[in-house]
Ligand binder design. Structure first.
Ligand code: KIV
Length: 282
């Protein structure tokens, strides 16, 4: 099923080149084959099989309950749909809270089983040590800083971070430590422009923003939020560019009505008998 990667494949190097040329890149979440294929056709540069699937796909209140086996399986499906762009896997909470060896084993599964180019994790105090272990194992990594949703357990906990000079300096220092340890990219979630500017100044690797203003090298949002699917109001930084949930709902409502009114199935939906059988029967 997987199409062969093409020679114009987007790689981590392409993202570095884009940064060097002042060109921004676009990243979206994808949790399944068809969405990944559409993203690739649309020119998206990076797909993330994010642990947001815990909320978006599984219906949990937070991202803490994502089984490793499940996210590996879905990430593999995303790779089948999008063989030519960068695929980023997302380490689930269980793997990050585990010991270092378990953490590295999980990251290896994203690379070897799911075909990821890089693996993101929410980096805490020991983040640089974890980056170092992944680098040693030859696994590319992205350090997720700023708002770290795996730490949030109540709906009012999703708050912007690094909103004063001291916190901005701390964030820039954290990012520098991650980059020095070998992180290939930094992802900043829910921080002001001033904070992303400080991080972009502090590191030479590409910086991805998820609600981090304009200073970053690339942007990511949750696809379901951007497409208007789901019943939770998306965060303010999400550009809601379609109302796909409404399109799906209208189509489903019409399906129900057509069945109940007898409009479905029409003649075009019904199999005919083979000619000979039809003759024999007649
Ligand atoms: O899991 C995810 O979708 C993410 C993005 C929101 C950055 O981490």
């Amino acid at each position: 099923m997987t199409a062969k990667p093409s020679s114009s494949r987007v790689t981590l190097n392409s993202l570095r080149e884009m940064k060097a040329n002042g060109q921004k890149f676009a990243m979206l979440t994808a949790y399944d084959y068809p969405t990944a294929a559409i993203a690739q056709r649309a020119g998206v540069h990076v797909v993330l099989t994010g642990d947001t699937l815990g909320c978006v796909i599984l219906g949990h209140e937070n991202t803490r309950n994502v089984p490793l086996d499940l996210i590996i399986t879905l990430t593999e499906a995303v790779r089948r749909g999008a063989p030519d762009i960068v695929l980023m896997g997302d380490m689930p909470c269980g793997a990050i809270e585990a010991d270092l060896d378990t953490f590295v084993t999980a990251a290896r599964r994203f690379r070897d089983e799911a075909g990821c180019d890089t693996v993101k994790f929410e980096a805490g105090d020991d983040g640089d040590q974890r980056v170092g272990r992944l680098v040693k194992a030859g696994i590319s990594t992205v350090a997720h800083l700023g708002l770290r949703p795996q730490q949030v357990t109540s709906p009012d906990g999703y708050r912007a971070q690094a909103r004063d000079a001291h916190a901005v300096a701390e964030l820039a220092e954290q990012a520098r430590r991650m980059a020095d340890a070998g992180a290939d990219m930094i992802l900043l979630e829910a921080v002001p422009n001033e904070a992303s500017l400080a991080v972009v100044d502090a590191v030479s690797v590409p910086v991805i923003g998820c609600g981090a203003g304009a200073a970053v090298d690339g942007h990511v949002v949750v696809t379901h939020d951007m497409l208007g699917i789901g019943d939770v109001r998306p965060p303010r930084f999400v550009p809601v560019l379609a109302q796909v949930g409404k399109v799906i709902e209208d189509a489903m409502r019409r399906y129900v009505q057509d069945i109940q009114s007898g409009a479905y199935p029409g003649a075009q939906h019904v199999y005919g008998m083979k000619k000979a059988s039809a003759g024999a029967a007649g």
